[in-house]
Design a protein around this ligand. Structure first.
Ligand SMILES: Nc1ncnc2c1ncn2[C@@H]1O[C@H](COP(=O)(O)OP(=O)(O)O)[C@@H](O)[C@H]1O
Ligand SMILES: [Mg+2]
Length: 362
């Protein structure tokens, strides 16, 4: 007869591929039910956007089959671990914050932030997107919403599009009106975007930082506990060392770099499919290796990505089955996995070695 203990013993031999601990130790197994030779249980992932779910599933099934179970049914759930510093500092129910930065403007930082947020929401996570680019707020256009947010009981209600909660200075200030913020004002405006907005519980708050790595970015990043940062760069930025500025900014702030994304990396001819590398290619990957940060992937230059941005229908939402949406989805899974590793690591004080994500430390 199969017992619950047999099942747990079997599953304690299955490792979570990113966290390098077994599923039982990580408390990922619940609701084990056994009826004769049929075994049911739930696996609680550390992110619904888990890139290695297929691997976990096959290894868990193989392990449980060894107990003699003939019919194995797995249910899935997810519980994103929290970055305890966020609730400690701000008293808001946000589990993690992901800052998206770039050495300069026009590299696709907002495009990446928007598609990352939409892809995470599509995976089943609760996601917010905060436009901290107070000088050039693009989120309203790229997400296709722009109306004054309502407020209830002194709290601003975020707008919502494509399954993502949104806040942007663009909702509050008409586009023709220039915003001039100085350090302390900026600090308090951004803090208000966190504390005075009724975000509700969020697994991920994606923050689109202003372009560049100067004082403004530092002020902003210091107003918010950041779980991790993503640096977006084009191939030319590598040559101009702008990507390095992005990495160094996060290092200075002691924010772990989740990885580098190379945008506008290459061009696929829509007619013949030929790949052209308009700019020198591969430098971001080399630089990532050199500085010990993850390389998250390459996004091609493609008209559908640009149109998605201009029309408020990000490609991940408008054409979820397209190859470009798949690229953003994979990117979001890598980022979500890196956030989980960081948060589990800091909550358990665990030493995590190996795996596809380099060891990150706070
Ligand atoms: N991979 C891409 N392919 C085609 N157009 C892109 C791509 N990434 C960004 N764009 C376009 O380039 C412009 C700048 O991108 P944006 O995300 O606004 O950059 P940033 O936020 O860094 O200033 C936008 O018009 C956007 O639609
Ligand atoms: Mg932008």
């Amino acid at each position: 007869m199969i017992t619950e203990q047999n099942v747990l013993d079997a599953l304690s031999r299955v490792q979570e591929p990113e966290l390098h601990r077994d599923l039982v130790t990580l408390k990922m197994i619940k609701d084990v039910r056994i009826a004769g030779e049929a075994v049911n249980f739930t696996i609680v992932l550390t992110t619904p956007a888990c890139p290695l779910r297929g691997q976990i599933e096959s290894e868990a099934k193989a392990a449980v089959a060894a107990t003699g179970a003939k019919q194995i049914t797995i249910k899935w759930d997810a519980n994103v671990p929290s970055d305890a510093r966020i609730s400690g500092k701000l008293n808001i129910p946000v589990r993690s914050t992901i800052a998206v930065a770039s050495g300069k403007g026009g590299v696709g930082k907002t495009t990446v932030a928007v598609n990352l947020a939409v892809a995470l929401a599509q995976s089943g996570a609760q996601v917010g997107l905060m436009d901290a680019d107070v000088y050039g707020p693009n989120i309203p256009i790229m997400m296709g919403v722009n109306e004054p947010p309502r407020s209830v009981n002194g709290k601003i209600l975020p707008l919502e599009a494509h399954g993502v909660k949104l806040m942007s200075m663009g909702f509050l200030v008409p586009p023709e009106q220039a915003v001039i913020w100085r350090g302390p004002m900026l600090h308090s405006a951004v803090r208000q975007f966190l504390t005075d907005v009724e975000w509700g519980p969020l697994d991920y708050l994606v923050i689109d930082l202003p372009p560049g790595t100067g004082d403004v970015q530092l002020t902003l990043a210091q107003s918010v506990p950041l779980t991790g940062g993503v640096v977006v760069a084009t191939p030319q930025d590598v040559a101009l060392a702008d990507v390095l500025k992005g990495i160094m900014m996060f290092k200075k702030l002691e924010v772990p770099v989740l990885g580098i994304v190379e945008n506008m990396s290459y061009f696929l001819c829509p007619h013949c499919g030929e790949r052209t590398e308009i700019f020198a290619h591969g430098g971001a990957q080399q630089m990532a290796a050199q500085y010990g940060v993850a390389f998250l992937g390459e996004i091609p230059l493609d008209v559908s990505i640009r149109v998605g941005g201009d029309t408020g229908a990000p490609i991940t939402a408008a054409q979820p089955d397209s190859p470009h949406a798949k690229i953003f989805r994979e990117l979001s899974q890598k980022i979500a996995a890196a956030v989980s590793v960081l948060n589990v690591q800091s909550s358990q004080g665990a030493l995590i070695t190996g795996g596809s994500i380099p060891v990150l430390r706070r």
